[in-house]
Write a protein that binds this ligand. Structure first.
Ligand SMILES: [Zn+2]
Ligand SMILES: [Zn+2]
Ligand SMILES: [Zn+2]
Length: 157
């Protein structure tokens, strides 16, 4: 097994494909492995780059197609970054949640609705809507990056 491969995550993605009636072709399996090895959000270009580094023979079109398929199954979710570009993040399609995304290192965490569910209902009610779905991603600086930033500033001071 190649280093950095998260086999549980890979299997989860493969199972989601099979459940939806798709075959786990070698190419899809490769993309699943590349996706599972990411530690946060990633772009198609980054997956290709990782593939090249690991000497995996996979084409650009294959990666794009597989990512689109995984996104349609909601195993990965497409993020619109504040910079205007797009990235993907590995996702759990079975449990409703949101993402906290670090703008510096790209790491991403899942967070539950909490108070948000009530607030969303309230917004719907106030406007006469029955809300059926919502999406929200939160972007910011993670604790590790905040600490690194503070340490750097103290060194400079
Ligand atoms: Zn998610
Ligand atoms: Zn960070
Ligand atoms: Zn929610």
């Amino acid at each position: 097994m190649r280093p950095g491969i998260n086999s549980d995550q890979t299997e989860r993605i493969i199972q989601a494909l099979k459940r939806a009636g798709y075959q786990a072709t070698p190419n899809r399996r490769l993309v699943a492995e590349l996706v599972a090895a990411t530690g946060g959000h990633f772009t198609a270009a980054e997956l290709l780059e990782r593939g090249r580094r690991e000497r995996v023979n996979i084409g650009r079109a294959t990666v794009f197609r597989a990512l689109e398929l995984l996104a349609s199954l909601r195993v990965v979710e497409r993020l619109d970054l504040p910079s205007g570009s797009h990235a993907y993040v590995v996702c759990d399609p079975d449990e409703h949640h949101h993402h906290l995304v670090c703008s510096t290192c790209g790491r991403s965490e899942d967070i539950a609705d909490g108070e948000l569910a009530r607030l969303v209902d309230e917004i719907g009610r106030r406007n006469g809507y029955r809300i059926e779905a919502h999406r929200l991603e939160l972007f910011g600086i993670c604790p590790a990056c905040s600490a690194a930033d503070t340490a750097e500033r103290e060194t400079l001071a």
